[in-house]
Design a protein around this ligand. Sequence first.
Ligand SMILES: N[C@@H](Cc1ccc(O)cc1)C(=O)O
Length: 520
Amino acid sequence: MSQRADKLSSQSADCKPLAIGSETLSVASVDAVARSVQPVALSQDKAFRKRIQKGADRVAELVHSGAQVYGISTGFGDSCTVSIPNEQLHALPLNLTRYHGCGLGEHLAPELVRATMLARINSLAHGVSGVRLELLEKLVALLQENVLPLMPAEGSVGASGDLTPLSYLAAALVGEREVLHKGQRRPAAAVLDELGIRPLELLPKEGLALMNGTAVMTGIACVTWTRARQLVDLANRITAMACLAMAGNANHFHPRLFEMKPHPGQSRSAHAIRAVLPDDSGKPGTRLQDRYSIRCAPHVIGVLDDSLDWCERWLEIELNSANDNPLIDPETGEVYHGGHFYGGHVGQAMDSLKTAIASVSDLLDRQMAQLVDSRFSNGLPSNLAWEANPEHASSHGLKALQISVSAWTAEALKLTMPATSFSRSTECHNQDKVSMGTIAARDALRVLELSEQTAVGLLVSVSQALEIRRRRGELSELPAELAETLSQVQKLCPFVTEDRALEGDLRELLAALRERRISA
Ligand SMILES: N[C@@H](Cc1ccc(O)cc1)C(=O)O
């Protein structure tokens, strides 16, 4: 297991609750909470609680004084020119949550909803959104009890934050719409009642604070990022196995070579590939230089690895930011009107990441094209069909799997069109430039899912190829790491000796990958 993967899993194993409000959130911790590996709690820190209280008191003061503050005493967005009469102030936040209840599309997966909730709570815990401690406590209780708002995935332009999907979080808190609880879709009010959680009555600013931010795109981005990090390790391992199976040249990954062009992720990739190849695979096989999908693998995987580094920095700034409007300094009482709900950084990170992820899928797809083609594979049988099968002539081995891998890759590549380039002027031209970061994040996750399918297809293929070499007596002992990956794969997808349907095995492998049961 790589050092980075190690860091992720040791974090997950550490079951100390994450104290929201006194810890800096990492991308990996969001993923751990999203997968329910790490519990959460609201910080008991006195200074933190005092700060939240001060912010809420300041909002109450502003309401009392009749000051004009956006979203507290005015309409929303372009309607900021409308003053709300005192007697309607209490209706304003609830109205906001209701008129945004117009999302469509599939509901976000539970894991993504949990990531979203954590991202939103952490942003509000900054103490500059003017919400009460009670609101934060109830949000944390929903997360702890796994009461997950049914949140439609579509309808956010990603600037004004994720208003529409987050309105479903606000709705759950006030006991409206539906939630997913213990695997069942039920009215929020009934579930809150059952758990003894009183629905929250929103005070001025609280509706806006819940919804006016980047939590959905950031939550999806964190889950995608963590799985993409795993894909890097897996792609390195697959490349090493493909290289060995096709009698490739390990010297393409020589450390000296990578000192001469030292992009850090690229060098890490070269190192990860070479470190698990046998010492004697340094000499050229039948070709002096392998084809690019082997020789340039670090140059492709390294782009993803290096992109993950800057994406992580951007995501962690976003995660630990106040991405609401207006923001209220609890110390000075000053109100700042701005545009921190704009998800430009998350959008750019996700648009970029999805291209790098799809490119790795493409690389693996090209490796597979070589593996199944006896003209390119240095002696492997066509379609990797096992030649000792008495019905070898009528057997087609992994032919269809290779076609599927190409289909998954094409679908991933097709989704790399940047979402952030599609800004639309919306909401009476108040939101006349928007990020589309949520679409970018959803695309990135979909590209990642397809690329994981490709990776699983390749795991089956490289394992098949190595097992063929082993059974033929062409391989001396496998290096320990490769033997370990091979045995993990073969437990879920035994060596293919005759034609059989592989879907079940592939699904098992995908599940194992997502549950981090495959080490690379
Ligand atoms: N994000 C907008 C607020 C907004 C809220 C709801 C809307 O329907 C539209 C805009 C702002 O802070 O300026």
